[in-house]
Design a protein. Structure first.
Length: 100
C-alpha cells in the first residue's frame, strides 16, 4: 500500500480479503504511468502462462494474459415432467376428501 493514501481502512480490508482467499496479483508492471491500475487476482498462479502489458490507445496500457484452463461440462440432470393428463383425478379427489 502506498504511503499517504486516503481511505486506509478500505485498502487494508481489500488487502486482507485478498490474503484470506489466497489470491495472488499477477500484473506486476505499471499500466498507467508508474501505477498498477489493473488487477488480475487468482488462486492458481501456475495456470497463468504469460502476462504482458502492451501499449494502449489512451494513457492506459492493456493487460494481455495467456491462461491455461480446462473447461468442464456438467452433466445435465434428468428432468421430471409431470403428465397431468394421465392422472387419475377421481382417486386424487377421493384421497384428499375434495368436494366441489
Amino acid at each position: 500500500m502506498k504511503t499517504g493514501c486516503q481511505h486506509v481502512a478500505n485498502h487494508q480490508y481489500f488487502l486482507d480479503t485478498i490474503e484470506d482467499f489466497g489470491l495472488t496479483q499477477i500484473v506486476n508492471t505499471p499500466t498507467r504511468g508508474n501505477n498498477i491500475l489493473d488487477l488480475v487476482l487468482t488462486n492458481r498462479p501456475s495456470s497463468v502462462l504469460r502476462t504482458e502489458v502492451l501499449p494502449g490507445l489512451s494513457d492506459h496500457d492493456v493487460v494481455f494474459l495467456e491462461i491455461r484452463v480446462t473447461p468442464c461440462k456438467n452433466a445435465q440432470r434428468e428432468r421430471k415432467i409431470p403428465l397431468y393428463g394421465k392422472a387419475n383425478w377421481d382417486n386424487i379427489r377421493n384421497d384428499t376428501n375434495y368436494t366441489q
